[in-house]
Design a protein around this ligand. Sequence first.
Ligand SMILES: [Fe+2]
Ligand SMILES: [Fe+2]
Length: 312
Amino acid sequence: MVYTLAPTRSGRPHAVLDIPDGHFPLELEGAMPAIRELYRRAKSAEWNPATDIPWDLLDTSKYTSDELFAARQYWSRRAWSEYGAIAESPALLLRFAKEHREPELSLFWTIRTQEEIRHADVCRRMADALGGYLPEPVTKDLEESVATHGVRGMSFDADTPLEALFASLICCAEVIAFDVFRALIKTTTDPVAKQILQLIFRDEVRHCEFGWKYMEYRLPNLSSEDLSAVRDKVVWMMEDVELKGYHSTWLSPTPDISEMETDRLVYEAGLGATVEEVEKPVIVESVQGMRERMREWGIEVPLFEHPKMGTF
Ligand SMILES: [Fe+2]
Ligand SMILES: [Fe+2]
């Protein structure tokens, strides 16, 4: 496979876009059977938010009006963050084409985008079923923190190797979210909420596998400079995104108290959401697991510090 990587140190944030278009040679017969297999699995595991959820089992009379309003906010927020994943997708897809990467990347990524659409759709439907989807945050200040983590902006940055984006976006952020999700399924008792989370989880397994598999495939070709860019981006994702509260407001230096209260209400009602004491040990373990796996790549992920998490 020959790559047409954008020249690094161009000093121009969108240098990837300057690579001339060119698809040939286009080898469609698998350089990466493992990713092709994920693509095949994704196609056969499709589900429909309208018909594959037992919507009539949702009994809103079991919940107080405060719980229902909190759950509407929670599920709307889920829809916004799933939408964020849809919005970053085309930028990366364009980068795969510009850099003439393996076609399996584009095949899988396209299905992954459809899956994120499904997730946004099902979360919006759940918010509606609970009384109504909210098209924007109740607290205006939250708008920025739920908007984007900056990956879209970096997608065309030649100084950020694609592998650094994958390692930080998938192997770090998406894997932590996935581990928290597993805990979320356990504590959610509402049968409809649980079913939705289980179906999303089934898709997310593949999203995480994809990241690790692609990194393993690329590893022999990465220079020490590439590896240090990977490490820097993972550290950035942890320190400037995750530990600043991108996924969990309680981690933010200025946590949104009303969002924390909302989450607790939803969590205690069994309608979804996780809270600080549930997430903390999961994040610690998830980061430890990531550190061990990345050590196999020759990358030493440092310890992190956070006033509520300590050193971990
Ligand atoms: Fe998703
Ligand atoms: Fe995902």
